[in-house]
Design a protein around this ligand. Structure first.
Ligand SMILES: Cc1cc2nc3c(=O)[nH]c(=O)nc-3n(C[C@H](O)[C@H](O)[C@H](O)COP(=O)(O)OP(=O)(O)OC[C@H]3O[C@@H](n4cnc5c(N)ncnc54)[C@H](O)[C@@H]3O)c2cc1C
Length: 240
């Protein structure tokens, strides 16, 4: 009898349990992964698809929620003309299987044992691993202050809108709209700027996590360093 997969390097069979729309191009996908070893907020998995002719494609997707038994939650945004993401987001049938390797990544992680204020910066679907951190923080009842700055094009591009509208204790959510803001939003639309960092915890005290497209990540990391946040407290994840 074959022995079950063990460790993060094993490829495990993952069965699609459910698909839930987040935004017009983004979906929450939940998979059952027998023998899932658990994971930390911020980690990701590699998803491998195999076609009938044996062709394989592998892409990385962040884990969107803390470990919960054999269930793994991902957030997939369909990239225009992408090879894998539109298939996962809209085509893979419920009950179908893919392979998953992980959990992967040991740097872009946060655990409730990490003391000090938390600053999370998300651009677009870069919210996915930061949502796992926010959810892990809420589940642990952390009293440390946490601010999420989430840059989205418009209100209908905001993932997890219902959860974000109900902040946990010591939690602040700042939505930054780049193209179209809701009526009454006092901020002029545009990309994150130095003014958006006003009122954040003192540089040196806060752990900063930045995730999203490469341009967003580099821009925010520069802003943080210019504001005095030490490089060693800024962790970044680029989605490409
Ligand atoms: C650590 C990590 C975590 C990630 N987490 C997430 C996540 O949680 N959610 C998420 O949605 N994504 C995530 N990503 C991104 C993800 O891995 C994929 O890169 C993304 O889904 C696109 O894959 P794809 O196969 O659909 O697109 P690809 O086929 O790889 O193409 C990407 C884009 O490039 C364009 N393109 C491809 N070939 C060409 C070409 N020859 N000329 C011009 N344009 C071209 C495509 O049109 C498409 O828009 C993560 C990436 C990393 C590295």
């Amino acid at each position: 009898m074959p022995s079950p997969p063990s460790g993060a390097s094993a490829w495990r069979t993952a069965r699609l349990l459910s698909r839930e729309p987040q935004i017009s191009t983004g979906r929450t996908l939940r998979f059952t992964v027998p023998d899932w070893p658990g994971h930390l907020a911020g980690q990701h998995v590699d998803v491998r698809l195999t076609a009938d002719d044996g062709y394989q494609a592998v892409r990385s997707y962040s884990l969107a929620a803390p470990a919960e038994g054999d269930t793994v939650e991902l957030g997939v945004q369909a990239a225009p003309d992408g090879e894998v993401s539109p298939y996962l987001a809209d085509v893979l049938p419920i009950g179908a299987e893919v392979e998953i390797q992980g959990p992967l990544g040991g740097w872009f992680i946060w655990t409730p044992r990490d003391a000090g204020p938390l600053l999370l910066f998300a651009g677009g679907c870069g919210i996915v691993p930061l949502m796992a951190m926010l959810r892990a923080r809420r589940a642990a009842g952390s009293a440390e202050p946490c601010t999420l700055l989430y840059s989205a094009r418009s209100p209908d591009e905001v993932w997890y809108a219902r959860e974000l509208a109900d902040p946990g204790p010591a939690e602040e959510i700042r939505l930054i709209y780049t193209r179209q803001a809701p009526p009454g939003d006092p901020r002029t639309t545009g990309r994150v700027g130095a003014q958006d960092l006003a009122g954040l915890p003192e540089p040196g005290s806060a752990r900063c996590y930045v995730c999203g497209p490469t341009g967003f990540v580099e821009h925010v990391a520069d802003l943080l360093q210019t504001a005095g946040h030490p490089r060693e407290l800024i962790r970044t994840e680029r989605f490409g």
